[in-house]
Design a protein. Structure first.
Length: 125
């Protein structure tokens, strides 16, 4: 069996976004649109809705980061761009090719909270 992480490492940005989009379609997300490949997306690579356990829907922007790490600068830049988007969302979800440390997640969460953005984490609304 091929090493999946090595295969993903070779993906260009559009291929990575397509993989993330396909995953979310298969995971049951609805009202899903792949915006990133066209440019002018306001930091919204993918936009969709997930049915939560309590029966409500979470409308989220999925930001694809096809890099070995998610830097604070990249996260803040993408969140600022998303804030200028006309779409109403409930949460933002980063999908990265590499691991994100707990320290980095905490700093991103603090910035997001200060700007009224909820960071989506699997299993949470």
């Amino acid at each position: 069996m091929p090493n999946v992480s090595r295969l993903v490492h070779r993906f260009c940005g559009a291929e990575f976004e397509r993989l993330v989009f396909a995953y979310h379609v298969r995971a049951g997300w609805t009202e899903i649109a792949w915006c990133g490949q066209a440019g002018g997306d306001h930091g919204r690579d993918i936009f969709g809705s997930q049915l939560l356990d309590d029966g409500t829907r979470c409308r989220a922007v999925i930001q694809c980061v096809n890099r070995s790490s998610l830097t604070q600068n990249k996260a803040e830049h993408d969140m600022q761009r998303m804030l200028s988007s006309p779409s109403k969302i409930d949460a933002l979800k980063f999908v990265t090719r590499g691991a994100v440390s707990a320290t980095r997640r905490d700093v991103i969460q603090t910035f997001a909270k200060a700007n009224g953005i909820k960071i989506y984490q699997s299993g949470q609304a």
